[in-house]
Design a protein around this ligand. Structure first.
Ligand code: HEC
Length: 395
C-alpha cells in the first residue's frame, strides 16, 4: 500500500472527525447564545423565589423542554454537572492533525508559493507554528493588558491585529495556506479562550459555591469578554475553513483585503443575529454586512484580460498540459504524494481539457493557483498560451 493512499484515508478520517466535533462545538455555542438571549422571567413565581432568573420553553424532536438559568447559582449543586469543553478541545486536536497532514506533510503543494516567499518545507512549518503560538500569546496579552479594560478599545485593537495578521500571512504563504492559517489562528484563540479563561472561570464559580463564598468576579468578567470575541470570530473562521474551494478569492492579488472584508462581513452578520435574538436588531448592521459581501464580490471580479495575443490552437497548448498539469491531473498521477487525480480533475484528453476550459483559465491565468507552488515550473508564456487558447474559444 503506498503512502499517498494511506494519507488520503487519514485525510478523509481526520477531516470528517474535525467537521463532526466542530459542528458539536459551534452548534452548542450557537445554542447557548440563543438560549441566553431568549430567557423570559420564570412563569412560576416559586421558581423566581429559588433564584431562577430566566427560562425558555421549547419543543423539539417530539418533546417539550424547559431550560432555566439561575441568577447566580442554585441553592445546592447537583451531583452531576455537564461541562462543555471537549467539543472545543477535540476540534483543536483534529484540526491540528489535519493541518500537519495537509499543510505540513504537503507543504510544497498547499503551503508554499515561491512567488510569494521562497521558503523551504521546515521554514514554512516553523513559521506556521510561530503564527499559531504567537497569535494566541499576543491576543491573550492584549486582553489582559490595560487595553482590556475598555471593550471598544480592545475590540478595535483585536480587529487591527487580525488585519496585520491577514496581511502578513498572505505575504508569507500561498493564498490557500494563508487563508487557512488566518482561520486556524483565530480557531486556536477560540479554543484556548475556553481552556485558559472560560473553563477556569467556571471552576472558580463551582469552587466558590462549594466553599460557600462569593466567587471572584474577575473570572466572570474575563470569561464574558472572551466569549464575546469567540462569538464574532465564528463566522470568519468557518469561512476560512471552506475557503480552499475559492481560488478566485485566495488567489487574487488583493487576497488579504478580500479575506478581511469577508471576515468583517461575517462578524457584522453575527452581531446582527445576536441582536435579533434579543429582539433589538439594527437593520443597518445587517445591511452593512451584506454591502461588505457585495463589495468583496465586486473587488474579486477578474480583471478584463488585456491584450494577451492571438488565439492559440489545442496543438500548441497540449504540450503545456502534458508537462505542467498531467503529473497530477492524470488517471494515474506520477507526482509524488498523489494517489488519485486531485478533485477528480483529469486533464489528459482534449474533451476532458475542453470541458474545463473556463475553470482552467481561472486557476492558471486569473488566480495563478495552479500548478500549486508551481511545482511543475510553468512559465509565464505558457500561462499566457493557455489563456490565449481559452480566449479563442478553446478550440
Ligand atoms: C502538484 C500537483 C498539481 C499540478 C501539477 C496541477 N494541479 Fe491542479 N490541482 C491540484 C490539487 C491538489 C487540486 C485541488 C485543490 C483543492 O483542494 O482545492 C487541483 C485542482 C485543480 C482544478 C479544480 C479546481 C476546483 O476548484 O475545483 C483545476 C481546474 C486544476 N487543478 C487545473 C490545473 C491545471 C490546468 C494545471 C496545469 C497548468 C494543474 N492543475 C496542475 C494539484 C495539481
Amino acid at each position: 500500500m503506498d503512502a499517498a493512499f494511506l494519507a488520503d484515508w487519514l485525510n478523509l478520517l481526520l477531516r470528517w472527525a474535525h467537521l463532526i466535533v466542530g459542528i458539536a462545538w459551534i452548534g452548542a455555542s450557537f445554542y447557548f447564545i440563543w438560549l441566553d438571549n431568549h430567557l423570559h422571567p420564570p412563569l412560576d413565581p416559586a421558581d423566581a423565589a429559588r433564584g431562577i432568573g430566566g427560562e425558555v420553553w421549547a419543543v423539539h424532536g417530539g418533546g417539550f423542554y424547559t431550560a432555566r438559568k439561575f441568577k447566580v447559582a442554585p441553592e445546592k449543586l447537583p451531583p452531576e454537572l455537564h461541562w462543555f469543553m471537549w467539543e472545543a478541545y477535540t476540534t483543536l486536536i483534529t484540526g491540528f492533525l489535519l493541518l500537519c497532514l495537509v499543510y505540513y506533510h504537503g507543504a510544497e503543494v498547499a503551503l508554499i508559493d515561491p512567488t510569494v516567499m521562497a521558503l523551504d518545507k521546515w521554514e514554512a512549518i516553523g513559521l506556521s507554528l510561530c503564527f499559531l503560538v504567537a497569535g494566541w500569546l499576543f491576543y491573550d496579552w492584549l486582553c489582559r493588558s490595560a487595553f482590556g479594560q475598555d471593550e471598544a478599545i480592545l475590540g478595535g485593537l483585536v480587529a487591527l491585529y487580525c488585519g496585520v495578521a491577514a496581511w502578513a500571512l498572505c505575504h508569507v504563504f500561498s493564498g490557500r495556506g494563508a487563508y487557512l492559517h488566518f482561520g486556524a489562528m483565530l480557531g486556536v484563540i477560540m479554543v484556548l479562550n475556553v481552556y485558559f479563561v472560560i473553563i477556569p472561570g467556571q471552576r472558580e464559580l463551582v469552587k466558590a459555591k462549594q466553599e460557600g463564598r462569593i466567587p471572584d468576579p474577575k473570572y466572570g468578567l474575563m470569561g464574558r469578554q472572551r466569549s464575546v470575541h469567540n462569538t464574532y470570530f465564528t463566522l470568519p473562521v468557518l469561512f476560512t475553513m471552506i475557503s480552499n474551494h475559492y481560488a478566485g478569492l485566495y488567489g487574487h492579488e488583493w487576497n488579504w483585503v478580500l479575506l478581511l472584508m469577508i471576515s468583517v462581513a461575517g462578524a457584522l452578520i453575527r452581531i446582527w443575529f445576536v441582536q435579533r435574538h434579543k429582539g433589538n436588531q439594527n437593520p443597518l448592521v445587517l445591511a452593512a454586512g451584506l454591502v461588505m459581501l457585495a463589495l468583496t464580490a465586486v473587488l474579486s471580479l477578474p480583471r478584463p484580460t488585456v491584450d494577451i495575443g492571438p488565439a492559440a490552437s489545442f496543438a500548441e497548448v497540449q504540450p503545456v498540459f502534458q508537462a505542467r498539469c498531467q503529473p497530477c491531473h492524470a488517471t494515474r498521477p506520477t507526482q509524488e504524494g498523489f494517489s488519485a487525480p486531485p478533485k477528480g480533475v483529469i486533464l489528459e484528453s482534449q474533451p476532458e481539457i475542453r470541458a474545463r476550459a473556463a475553470m482552467i483559465n481561472q486557476q492558471v491565468w486569473a488566480s495563478r493557483v495552479m500548478p500549486p507552488g508551481n511545482l511543475t515550473n510553468i512559465t509565464e508564456d505558457e500561462r499566457r498560451l493557455i489563456a490565449r487558447w481559452v480566449k479563442g474559444g478553446a478550440q
